[in-house]
Design a protein around this ligand. Structure first.
Ligand code: XMP
Length: 518
Protein backbone atom coordinates (compact mmCIF):
# COMPACT_ATOMS: atom_id res chain seq x y z
CA UNK A 1 0.00 0.00 0.00
CA UNK A 2 0.86 3.65 -0.23
CA UNK A 3 0.99 5.75 2.91
CA UNK A 4 -0.03 9.41 2.93
CA UNK A 5 1.39 11.27 5.90
CA UNK A 6 -1.03 14.07 6.70
CA UNK A 7 0.45 17.36 7.83
CA UNK A 8 -2.99 18.91 8.12
CA UNK A 9 -3.71 20.20 4.62
CA UNK A 10 -7.34 20.90 3.80
CA UNK A 11 -7.00 18.80 0.67
CA UNK A 12 -5.20 15.68 1.85
CA UNK A 13 -8.28 13.60 1.08
CA UNK A 14 -8.00 14.67 -2.52
CA UNK A 15 -4.61 12.95 -2.71
CA UNK A 16 -6.32 9.75 -1.61
CA UNK A 17 -9.02 10.34 -4.14
CA UNK A 18 -6.47 10.74 -6.97
CA UNK A 19 -4.80 7.49 -5.91
CA UNK A 20 -8.05 5.56 -5.72
CA UNK A 21 -8.72 6.75 -9.26
CA UNK A 22 -5.48 4.98 -10.21
CA UNK A 23 -6.74 1.88 -8.38
CA UNK A 24 -4.01 2.17 -5.79
CA UNK A 25 -4.65 1.32 -2.16
CA UNK A 26 -3.61 4.09 0.16
CA UNK A 27 -4.02 5.05 3.76
CA UNK A 28 -3.90 8.49 5.34
CA UNK A 29 -2.33 8.80 8.77
CA UNK A 30 -1.79 12.01 10.73
CA UNK A 31 1.90 12.77 11.12
CA UNK A 32 1.76 12.48 14.92
CA UNK A 33 1.14 8.78 14.87
CA UNK A 34 3.60 7.90 12.12
CA UNK A 35 6.61 7.01 14.22
CA UNK A 36 9.60 4.99 13.02
CA UNK A 37 7.98 1.88 14.48
CA UNK A 38 4.64 2.47 12.77
CA UNK A 39 6.41 3.05 9.50
CA UNK A 40 8.44 -0.14 9.85
CA UNK A 41 5.36 -2.15 10.68
CA UNK A 42 3.30 -0.74 7.83
CA UNK A 43 6.13 -1.20 5.35
CA UNK A 44 4.48 0.98 2.70
CA UNK A 45 5.61 0.66 -0.89
CA UNK A 46 5.70 4.44 -1.26
CA UNK A 47 4.95 7.53 0.81
CA UNK A 48 3.35 10.86 -0.01
CA UNK A 49 3.86 13.80 2.33
CA UNK A 50 0.87 16.14 2.28
CA UNK A 51 0.74 19.88 2.48
CA UNK A 52 0.02 21.60 5.76
CA UNK A 53 -0.53 24.99 7.35
CA UNK A 54 2.57 25.12 9.52
CA UNK A 55 5.98 26.49 8.64
CA UNK A 56 8.97 24.18 8.76
CA UNK A 57 10.98 27.23 9.90
CA UNK A 58 9.04 27.19 13.16
CA UNK A 59 10.68 25.27 15.93
CA UNK A 60 8.78 22.15 16.84
CA UNK A 61 6.88 22.08 13.54
CA UNK A 62 5.90 18.65 12.16
CA UNK A 63 8.46 16.35 10.53
CA UNK A 64 8.47 12.96 8.86
CA UNK A 65 10.02 10.09 10.82
CA UNK A 66 13.79 9.94 10.19
CA UNK A 67 13.69 6.32 9.08
CA UNK A 68 11.59 7.28 6.06
CA UNK A 69 14.70 8.56 4.30
CA UNK A 70 16.55 5.26 4.50
CA UNK A 71 13.77 2.81 3.65
CA UNK A 72 14.65 2.87 -0.02
CA UNK A 73 11.09 3.61 -1.12
CA UNK A 74 9.82 6.40 -3.39
CA UNK A 75 8.65 9.52 -1.57
CA UNK A 76 6.65 12.42 -2.99
CA UNK A 77 6.48 15.65 -1.01
CA UNK A 78 3.74 18.15 -1.76
CA UNK A 79 4.01 21.79 -0.64
CA UNK A 80 4.68 21.53 3.11
CA UNK A 81 5.78 17.96 2.35
CA UNK A 82 8.36 19.32 -0.06
CA UNK A 83 9.66 21.67 2.56
CA UNK A 84 9.84 18.95 5.19
CA UNK A 85 11.85 16.90 2.75
CA UNK A 86 14.31 19.69 2.00
CA UNK A 87 14.70 20.65 5.63
CA UNK A 88 15.27 17.10 6.84
CA UNK A 89 17.63 16.17 4.03
CA UNK A 90 19.91 19.16 4.39
CA UNK A 91 18.36 21.89 2.23
CA UNK A 92 17.09 25.27 3.35
CA UNK A 93 13.57 26.67 3.60
CA UNK A 94 12.85 30.34 4.10
CA UNK A 95 9.74 31.68 5.74
CA UNK A 96 7.39 33.86 3.71
CA UNK A 97 5.96 37.19 4.71
CA UNK A 98 3.81 35.66 7.42
CA UNK A 99 6.75 34.10 9.16
CA UNK A 100 9.02 37.07 8.80
CA UNK A 101 11.41 35.38 6.38
CA UNK A 102 10.88 37.89 3.62
CA UNK A 103 10.30 35.17 1.04
CA UNK A 104 7.78 35.32 -1.74
CA UNK A 105 4.40 33.85 -1.00
CA UNK A 106 2.40 32.45 -3.88
CA UNK A 107 -1.28 31.68 -3.88
CA UNK A 108 -3.45 30.57 -6.74
CA UNK A 109 -2.77 29.79 -10.38
CA UNK A 110 0.83 29.59 -11.54
CA UNK A 111 2.55 28.20 -14.59
CA UNK A 112 5.32 25.67 -14.30
CA UNK A 113 7.94 25.51 -17.05
CA UNK A 114 10.03 22.38 -17.49
CA UNK A 115 13.79 22.34 -17.50
CA UNK A 116 15.54 20.69 -20.40
CA UNK A 117 15.96 17.37 -18.67
CA UNK A 118 12.65 15.52 -18.39
CA UNK A 119 11.95 12.95 -15.71
CA UNK A 120 9.48 10.08 -15.58
CA UNK A 121 7.41 11.82 -12.92
CA UNK A 122 6.57 14.51 -15.46
CA UNK A 123 5.99 12.22 -18.45
CA UNK A 124 2.97 13.54 -20.30
CA UNK A 125 2.50 16.31 -17.75
CA UNK A 126 3.71 19.21 -19.85
CA UNK A 127 1.29 19.26 -22.70
CA UNK A 128 2.47 22.66 -23.87
CA UNK A 129 5.46 24.77 -22.98
CA UNK A 130 4.18 25.31 -19.50
CA UNK A 131 1.55 23.73 -17.34
CA UNK A 132 -0.98 25.26 -14.99
CA UNK A 133 -0.53 24.37 -11.33
CA UNK A 134 -2.15 25.53 -8.11
CA UNK A 135 0.12 27.12 -5.55
CA UNK A 136 -0.64 27.87 -1.95
CA UNK A 137 2.45 28.52 0.08
CA UNK A 138 3.99 31.17 2.25
CA UNK A 139 7.41 29.57 2.68
CA UNK A 140 9.67 28.49 -0.10
CA UNK A 141 12.71 26.34 -0.63
CA UNK A 142 15.86 28.47 -0.83
CA UNK A 143 18.47 25.75 -1.16
CA UNK A 144 18.02 22.21 -2.39
CA UNK A 145 19.07 19.25 -0.31
CA UNK A 146 22.14 17.41 -1.62
CA UNK A 147 21.31 15.04 -4.46
CA UNK A 148 18.31 17.07 -5.68
CA UNK A 149 17.98 18.84 -9.01
CA UNK A 150 15.32 21.16 -10.40
CA UNK A 151 13.01 19.88 -13.15
CA UNK A 152 10.36 22.57 -13.24
CA UNK A 153 10.14 26.23 -12.24
CA UNK A 154 7.47 28.84 -11.78
CA UNK A 155 7.95 32.62 -11.56
CA UNK A 156 7.73 32.61 -7.77
CA UNK A 157 8.90 29.07 -7.07
CA UNK A 158 12.22 28.36 -8.76
CA UNK A 159 12.04 24.90 -7.20
CA UNK A 160 8.52 24.02 -8.35
CA UNK A 161 9.51 20.44 -9.24
CA UNK A 162 12.63 18.86 -7.80
CA UNK A 163 13.87 15.33 -7.45
CA UNK A 164 16.69 13.12 -6.29
CA UNK A 165 16.41 10.42 -8.93
CA UNK A 166 18.99 8.22 -7.26
CA UNK A 167 16.86 7.85 -4.15
CA UNK A 168 13.46 8.21 -5.86
CA UNK A 169 12.56 11.30 -3.86
CA UNK A 170 10.27 13.80 -5.58
CA UNK A 171 9.06 17.14 -4.34
CA UNK A 172 6.63 19.65 -5.79
CA UNK A 173 5.78 23.07 -4.46
CA UNK A 174 2.28 23.11 -5.95
CA UNK A 175 -0.77 20.95 -5.26
CA UNK A 176 -1.18 18.33 -7.99
CA UNK A 177 -4.20 16.88 -6.16
CA UNK A 178 -6.53 19.82 -6.69
CA UNK A 179 -8.80 20.48 -9.61
CA UNK A 180 -6.95 23.68 -10.50
CA UNK A 181 -3.91 21.65 -11.42
CA UNK A 182 -5.71 20.21 -14.43
CA UNK A 183 -3.08 17.69 -15.37
CA UNK A 184 -2.37 16.69 -11.77
CA UNK A 185 -3.71 13.13 -12.13
CA UNK A 186 -0.94 12.42 -14.66
CA UNK A 187 1.66 13.24 -12.05
CA UNK A 188 0.10 10.82 -9.57
CA UNK A 189 -0.19 8.19 -12.24
CA UNK A 190 3.52 8.55 -13.02
CA UNK A 191 4.43 8.41 -9.34
CA UNK A 192 2.51 5.23 -8.61
CA UNK A 193 3.84 3.54 -11.74
CA UNK A 194 7.41 4.33 -10.86
CA UNK A 195 6.70 3.10 -7.33
CA UNK A 196 5.68 -0.24 -8.85
CA UNK A 197 1.92 -0.18 -8.25
CA UNK A 198 0.00 -2.11 -10.86
CA UNK A 199 -3.36 -0.46 -10.26
CA UNK A 200 -5.27 -3.59 -9.33
CA UNK A 201 -6.97 -2.13 -6.27
CA UNK A 202 -10.75 -2.07 -6.51
CA UNK A 203 -13.86 -0.87 -4.74
CA UNK A 204 -14.40 -4.50 -3.75
CA UNK A 205 -11.15 -4.43 -1.83
CA UNK A 206 -12.12 -1.07 -0.33
CA UNK A 207 -15.34 -2.65 0.86
CA UNK A 208 -13.49 -5.45 2.63
CA UNK A 209 -11.22 -3.03 4.45
CA UNK A 210 -14.13 -0.77 5.40
CA UNK A 211 -15.92 -3.80 6.84
CA UNK A 212 -12.86 -4.75 8.87
CA UNK A 213 -12.64 -1.21 10.26
CA UNK A 214 -16.31 -1.20 11.25
CA UNK A 215 -15.93 -4.52 13.03
CA UNK A 216 -12.94 -3.21 14.91
CA UNK A 217 -14.78 -0.07 15.97
CA UNK A 218 -18.13 -1.60 16.85
CA UNK A 219 -17.08 -4.94 18.35
CA UNK A 220 -20.15 -6.78 19.61
CA UNK A 221 -22.16 -3.61 20.34
CA UNK A 222 -25.50 -2.60 18.83
CA UNK A 223 -25.72 0.02 16.09
CA UNK A 224 -28.69 2.10 15.02
CA UNK A 225 -29.08 3.96 11.78
CA UNK A 226 -31.63 6.41 10.42
CA UNK A 227 -32.46 5.05 6.99
CA UNK A 228 -33.89 7.73 4.72
CA UNK A 229 -33.88 5.82 1.47
CA UNK A 230 -31.34 8.26 0.07
CA UNK A 231 -28.17 6.92 -1.50
CA UNK A 232 -25.83 7.79 1.37
CA UNK A 233 -27.78 6.31 4.26
CA UNK A 234 -28.69 3.30 2.14
CA UNK A 235 -25.09 2.51 1.27
CA UNK A 236 -24.01 3.11 4.86
CA UNK A 237 -26.71 0.74 6.12
CA UNK A 238 -25.87 -1.94 3.58
CA UNK A 239 -22.18 -1.74 4.47
CA UNK A 240 -22.87 -1.83 8.21
CA UNK A 241 -25.10 -4.83 7.67
CA UNK A 242 -22.34 -6.72 5.88
CA UNK A 243 -19.99 -5.85 8.70
CA UNK A 244 -22.06 -6.51 11.80
CA UNK A 245 -25.22 -8.23 10.56
CA UNK A 246 -28.03 -8.22 13.08
CA UNK A 247 -26.23 -5.88 15.44
CA UNK A 248 -27.60 -3.18 13.13
CA UNK A 249 -31.15 -1.88 13.41
CA UNK A 250 -32.40 0.73 10.97
CA UNK A 251 -35.16 3.16 11.74
CA UNK A 252 -37.07 4.37 8.71
CA UNK A 253 -39.18 7.38 9.65
CA UNK A 254 -42.21 7.85 7.42
CA UNK A 255 -43.23 11.46 7.91
CA UNK A 256 -45.85 11.40 5.20
CA UNK A 257 -43.73 13.64 3.01
CA UNK A 258 -42.23 10.93 0.85
CA UNK A 259 -42.68 10.32 -2.84
CA UNK A 260 -45.21 7.92 -4.37
CA UNK A 261 -44.77 4.38 -2.94
CA UNK A 262 -41.39 5.37 -1.52
CA UNK A 263 -41.90 4.13 2.03
CA UNK A 264 -43.06 0.68 0.93
CA UNK A 265 -40.31 0.37 -1.66
CA UNK A 266 -37.49 1.30 0.71
CA UNK A 267 -38.72 -0.93 3.50
CA UNK A 268 -39.34 -3.84 1.12
CA UNK A 269 -35.90 -3.55 -0.37
CA UNK A 270 -33.99 -3.40 2.89
CA UNK A 271 -36.14 -5.69 4.97
CA UNK A 272 -37.25 -8.34 2.49
CA UNK A 273 -34.60 -8.20 -0.17
CA UNK A 274 -31.52 -7.47 1.92
CA UNK A 275 -32.60 -8.89 5.26
CA UNK A 276 -31.85 -5.87 7.38
CA UNK A 277 -33.69 -5.25 10.63
CA UNK A 278 -35.83 -2.25 9.73
CA UNK A 279 -38.28 -0.52 12.01
CA UNK A 280 -40.91 1.20 9.88
CA UNK A 281 -41.91 4.18 11.99
CA UNK A 282 -45.26 5.24 10.55
CA UNK A 283 -45.63 8.69 12.03
CA UNK A 284 -47.57 10.29 9.19
CA UNK A 285 -50.39 11.50 11.42
CA UNK A 286 -48.02 13.05 13.92
CA UNK A 287 -46.06 15.04 11.32
CA UNK A 288 -49.00 16.14 9.19
CA UNK A 289 -50.97 16.98 12.33
CA UNK A 290 -48.29 19.30 13.63
CA UNK A 291 -47.77 20.84 10.21
CA UNK A 292 -51.44 21.68 9.84
CA UNK A 293 -52.03 25.39 9.34
CA UNK A 294 -48.30 26.17 9.06
CA UNK A 295 -47.16 28.03 5.99
CA UNK A 296 -43.89 29.68 6.97
CA UNK A 297 -40.97 27.78 5.39
CA UNK A 298 -38.66 27.99 8.39
CA UNK A 299 -41.40 26.99 10.82
CA UNK A 300 -42.23 24.00 8.69
CA UNK A 301 -38.60 22.92 8.55
CA UNK A 302 -38.17 23.34 12.29
CA UNK A 303 -41.26 21.30 13.09
CA UNK A 304 -40.08 18.48 10.85
CA UNK A 305 -36.54 18.57 12.26
CA UNK A 306 -37.75 18.51 15.86
CA UNK A 307 -40.28 15.73 15.32
CA UNK A 308 -37.75 13.70 13.43
CA UNK A 309 -35.38 13.75 16.35
CA UNK A 310 -38.16 12.93 18.83
CA UNK A 311 -39.41 10.05 16.76
CA UNK A 312 -35.99 8.66 16.04
CA UNK A 313 -35.12 8.83 19.69
CA UNK A 314 -38.33 7.11 20.71
CA UNK A 315 -37.70 4.14 18.45
CA UNK A 316 -33.99 4.05 19.19
CA UNK A 317 -34.65 3.88 22.90
CA UNK A 318 -36.48 0.64 22.34
CA UNK A 319 -33.39 -0.94 20.86
CA UNK A 320 -31.57 -2.39 23.77
CA UNK A 321 -27.94 -1.56 24.30
CA UNK A 322 -27.47 0.68 21.27
CA UNK A 323 -24.06 2.32 21.56
CA UNK A 324 -23.41 3.50 18.05
CA UNK A 325 -25.20 5.69 15.57
CA UNK A 326 -24.30 5.11 11.93
CA UNK A 327 -24.36 8.04 9.55
CA UNK A 328 -23.77 8.32 5.85
CA UNK A 329 -21.55 11.38 6.12
CA UNK A 330 -19.50 11.85 2.96
CA UNK A 331 -16.16 13.52 2.57
CA UNK A 332 -17.62 16.77 1.20
CA UNK A 333 -19.64 16.96 4.45
CA UNK A 334 -16.49 16.75 6.48
CA UNK A 335 -14.86 20.05 7.17
CA UNK A 336 -11.28 19.63 8.05
CA UNK A 337 -9.99 22.05 10.57
CA UNK A 338 -6.52 22.10 11.83
CA UNK A 339 -5.35 23.00 15.27
CA UNK A 340 -1.73 22.51 15.88
CA UNK A 341 -2.06 22.39 19.61
CA UNK A 342 -3.76 19.07 19.16
CA UNK A 343 -2.62 18.26 15.66
CA UNK A 344 -4.79 17.95 12.58
CA UNK A 345 -8.32 17.42 13.75
CA UNK A 346 -11.60 17.03 12.05
CA UNK A 347 -14.92 18.57 12.87
CA UNK A 348 -18.10 17.34 11.35
CA UNK A 349 -20.83 19.30 9.76
CA UNK A 350 -23.74 17.69 11.49
CA UNK A 351 -26.15 15.83 9.29
CA UNK A 352 -29.38 17.69 8.78
CA UNK A 353 -31.62 14.97 10.08
CA UNK A 354 -29.85 13.74 13.16
CA UNK A 355 -27.73 16.74 14.11
CA UNK A 356 -27.13 16.87 17.84
CA UNK A 357 -28.56 13.41 18.39
CA UNK A 358 -25.36 11.52 19.17
CA UNK A 359 -24.47 13.81 22.08
CA UNK A 360 -28.02 13.90 23.35
CA UNK A 361 -28.34 10.15 23.35
CA UNK A 362 -24.78 9.41 24.40
CA UNK A 363 -24.09 7.56 21.18
CA UNK A 364 -20.78 7.13 19.41
CA UNK A 365 -20.66 7.77 15.67
CA UNK A 366 -19.83 5.28 12.93
CA UNK A 367 -19.27 7.05 9.63
CA UNK A 368 -17.99 4.47 7.18
CA UNK A 369 -18.33 6.73 4.12
CA UNK A 370 -16.47 9.74 5.38
CA UNK A 371 -13.50 9.19 3.08
CA UNK A 372 -15.62 8.91 -0.03
CA UNK A 373 -17.08 11.17 -2.66
CA UNK A 374 -20.57 10.72 -4.05
CA UNK A 375 -19.56 8.78 -7.13
CA UNK A 376 -17.40 6.48 -5.01
CA UNK A 377 -20.34 5.89 -2.66
CA UNK A 378 -22.36 4.86 -5.68
CA UNK A 379 -19.61 2.47 -6.74
CA UNK A 380 -19.53 1.01 -3.25
CA UNK A 381 -23.31 0.65 -3.25
CA UNK A 382 -22.99 -1.26 -6.49
CA UNK A 383 -20.40 -3.52 -4.88
CA UNK A 384 -22.82 -4.15 -2.00
CA UNK A 385 -25.48 -5.31 -4.40
CA UNK A 386 -27.83 -2.34 -4.26
CA UNK A 387 -29.78 -2.04 -7.54
CA UNK A 388 -28.43 0.58 -9.96
CA UNK A 389 -31.83 2.22 -10.26
CA UNK A 390 -31.59 2.88 -6.55
CA UNK A 391 -27.98 4.00 -6.42
CA UNK A 392 -28.43 6.49 -9.23
CA UNK A 393 -31.42 8.24 -7.71
CA UNK A 394 -31.58 12.01 -7.52
CA UNK A 395 -30.97 13.53 -4.07
CA UNK A 396 -34.06 13.95 -1.93
CA UNK A 397 -34.14 16.46 0.93
CA UNK A 398 -34.75 15.46 4.54
CA UNK A 399 -37.94 17.56 4.88
CA UNK A 400 -39.21 15.83 1.75
CA UNK A 401 -42.23 17.09 -0.12
CA UNK A 402 -42.86 19.73 2.55
CA UNK A 403 -40.43 22.07 0.84
CA UNK A 404 -42.03 21.39 -2.54
CA UNK A 405 -45.40 22.43 -1.28
CA UNK A 406 -45.09 26.17 -0.58
CA UNK A 407 -47.66 27.45 1.87
CA UNK A 408 -49.84 25.20 3.90
CA UNK A 409 -49.44 21.45 3.55
CA UNK A 410 -52.58 19.38 3.18
CA UNK A 411 -53.07 15.71 2.47
CA UNK A 412 -54.94 16.62 -0.69
CA UNK A 413 -52.04 18.67 -2.01
CA UNK A 414 -49.52 15.99 -1.11
CA UNK A 415 -51.46 13.38 -2.97
CA UNK A 416 -51.68 15.52 -6.09
CA UNK A 417 -48.01 16.39 -5.83
CA UNK A 418 -46.98 12.73 -5.55
CA UNK A 419 -48.90 11.78 -8.66
CA UNK A 420 -47.63 14.71 -10.70
CA UNK A 421 -44.05 14.03 -9.60
CA UNK A 422 -44.34 10.38 -10.59
CA UNK A 423 -45.56 11.30 -14.08
CA UNK A 424 -42.80 13.89 -14.51
CA UNK A 425 -40.04 11.48 -13.44
CA UNK A 426 -41.50 8.81 -15.68
CA UNK A 427 -41.33 11.26 -18.60
CA UNK A 428 -37.72 12.05 -17.81
CA UNK A 429 -36.80 8.38 -17.64
CA UNK A 430 -38.67 7.55 -20.83
CA UNK A 431 -36.71 10.24 -22.65
CA UNK A 432 -33.45 8.91 -21.24
CA UNK A 433 -32.66 12.16 -19.44
CA UNK A 434 -32.64 11.03 -15.82
CA UNK A 435 -28.89 10.63 -15.44
CA UNK A 436 -28.12 13.95 -17.11
CA UNK A 437 -30.11 15.78 -14.47
CA UNK A 438 -28.91 16.42 -10.92
CA UNK A 439 -32.39 16.71 -9.51
CA UNK A 440 -35.90 16.93 -10.91
CA UNK A 441 -39.20 17.28 -9.13
CA UNK A 442 -42.60 18.92 -9.16
CA UNK A 443 -43.63 21.68 -6.77
CA UNK A 444 -47.32 22.24 -6.19
CA UNK A 445 -48.16 25.92 -6.06
CA UNK A 446 -50.43 27.43 -3.42
CA UNK A 447 -52.72 28.82 -6.05
CA UNK A 448 -55.68 27.59 -8.04
CA UNK A 449 -56.27 28.81 -11.53
CA UNK A 450 -59.11 28.57 -13.99
CA UNK A 451 -58.96 26.23 -16.94
CA UNK A 452 -61.20 24.51 -19.40
CA UNK A 453 -61.36 20.78 -19.94
CA UNK A 454 -63.86 19.24 -22.28
CA UNK A 455 -66.80 21.54 -22.04
CA UNK A 456 -66.33 22.33 -18.42
CA UNK A 457 -64.59 24.95 -16.38
CA UNK A 458 -61.87 23.76 -13.99
CA UNK A 459 -60.49 25.50 -10.97
CA UNK A 460 -57.44 23.49 -9.89
CA UNK A 461 -53.89 23.79 -8.66
CA UNK A 462 -50.98 24.98 -10.75
CA UNK A 463 -47.65 23.20 -10.48
CA UNK A 464 -44.08 23.96 -11.40
CA UNK A 465 -41.61 21.52 -12.89
CA UNK A 466 -38.03 21.85 -11.71
CA UNK A 467 -34.95 20.20 -13.22
CA UNK A 468 -31.39 21.33 -12.65
CA UNK A 469 -27.87 20.37 -13.51
CA UNK A 470 -25.27 20.74 -10.80
CA UNK A 471 -22.02 19.26 -9.56
CA UNK A 472 -22.56 19.55 -5.84
CA UNK A 473 -25.91 21.24 -5.29
CA UNK A 474 -24.21 24.50 -4.33
CA UNK A 475 -24.81 26.12 -7.67
CA UNK A 476 -27.19 24.94 -10.33
CA UNK A 477 -28.61 25.73 -13.73
CA UNK A 478 -32.01 24.82 -15.10
CA UNK A 479 -32.08 21.93 -17.51
CA UNK A 480 -32.77 22.95 -21.12
CA UNK A 481 -35.61 20.59 -21.99
CA UNK A 482 -36.95 20.78 -25.51
CA UNK A 483 -40.32 22.49 -25.96
CA UNK A 484 -41.60 19.19 -27.24
CA UNK A 485 -40.70 17.45 -24.02
CA UNK A 486 -42.22 20.19 -21.91
CA UNK A 487 -45.43 20.23 -23.93
CA UNK A 488 -45.82 16.46 -23.79
CA UNK A 489 -45.15 16.41 -20.04
CA UNK A 490 -47.65 19.19 -19.33
CA UNK A 491 -50.29 17.35 -21.30
CA UNK A 492 -49.63 14.09 -19.48
CA UNK A 493 -49.73 15.69 -16.03
CA UNK A 494 -52.97 17.52 -16.70
CA UNK A 495 -54.58 14.43 -18.21
CA UNK A 496 -53.35 11.95 -15.64
CA UNK A 497 -53.40 13.92 -12.41
CA UNK A 498 -56.76 15.11 -11.15
CA UNK A 499 -56.40 18.40 -9.29
CA UNK A 500 -53.86 20.04 -11.64
CA UNK A 501 -54.89 22.11 -14.61
CA UNK A 502 -51.79 24.22 -15.25
CA UNK A 503 -48.10 23.37 -15.59
CA UNK A 504 -45.18 25.81 -15.57
CA UNK A 505 -41.44 25.29 -15.95
CA UNK A 506 -39.07 26.92 -13.47
CA UNK A 507 -36.08 28.39 -15.33
CA UNK A 508 -34.34 29.99 -12.35
CA UNK A 509 -30.70 29.14 -11.76
CA UNK A 510 -29.05 28.92 -8.34
CA UNK A 511 -28.12 31.56 -7.34
CA UNK A 512 -30.31 33.58 -7.22
CA UNK A 513 -32.90 30.83 -6.69
CA UNK A 514 -32.44 27.71 -4.62
CA UNK A 515 -33.05 24.27 -6.03
CA UNK A 516 -35.96 23.53 -3.73
CA UNK A 517 -38.86 25.97 -3.45
CA UNK A 518 -38.53 26.49 0.29
P1 XMP B 1 -31.30 24.23 -2.10
O1 XMP B 1 -32.78 24.19 -2.16
O2 XMP B 1 -30.79 24.81 -0.82
O3 XMP B 1 -30.85 22.69 -2.08
O4 XMP B 1 -30.68 24.83 -3.30
C1 XMP B 1 -29.56 22.21 -2.33
C2 XMP B 1 -29.59 20.69 -2.23
O5 XMP B 1 -29.82 20.32 -0.88
C3 XMP B 1 -31.04 19.59 -0.76
N1 XMP B 1 -31.70 20.04 0.47
C4 XMP B 1 -31.72 19.34 1.61
N2 XMP B 1 -31.26 18.11 1.89
N3 XMP B 1 -32.08 18.34 4.10
C5 XMP B 1 -31.46 17.61 3.15
O6 XMP B 1 -31.09 16.46 3.42
C6 XMP B 1 -32.56 19.58 3.88
O7 XMP B 1 -33.10 20.22 4.77
C7 XMP B 1 -32.38 20.10 2.56
N4 XMP B 1 -32.73 21.27 1.97
C8 XMP B 1 -32.30 21.21 0.70
C9 XMP B 1 -31.82 19.89 -2.01
O8 XMP B 1 -32.71 18.85 -2.33
C10 XMP B 1 -30.71 20.06 -3.02
O9 XMP B 1 -30.25 18.80 -3.49
Amino acid sequence: RLLIIDFGSQVTQLIARRLREQNVFCEILPYQIVTDDVLAEMAPKAVILSGGPDSVTREGSPRAPESLWTMGIPVLGICYGQQVMMEQLGGKVLGGKNTGGGGTAEFGRAYVTPTEERIDLLAGWFLGEKEQAWMSHGDHVAKLAPGFKVYGTSPNAPFAVTADLERNFYAVQFHPEVHHTPNGPTLFENFVRLAGFTGDWTMEAYKDIAIEKIREQVGDKQVICALSGGVDSSVAAALLHEAVGDQLTCVFVDHGLLRLNEADEVVAMFRDHMNLKVIHADEVDLFLGELEGQSDPETKRKIIGRLFIDVFQKYANEIEGAEFLAQGTLYPDVIESVSFSGGPSVTIKSHHNVGGLPEKMGLKLVEPLRELFKDEVRALGHELGLPSSFIGRHPFPGPGLAIRCPGEITREKLEILRKADAVYIDQIRRHGLYDEIWQAFVAILPVRTVGVMGDGRTYDFACALRAVTSVDGMTADYYPFSHEFLGETATRIINEVPGINRVTYDITSKPPGTIEWE
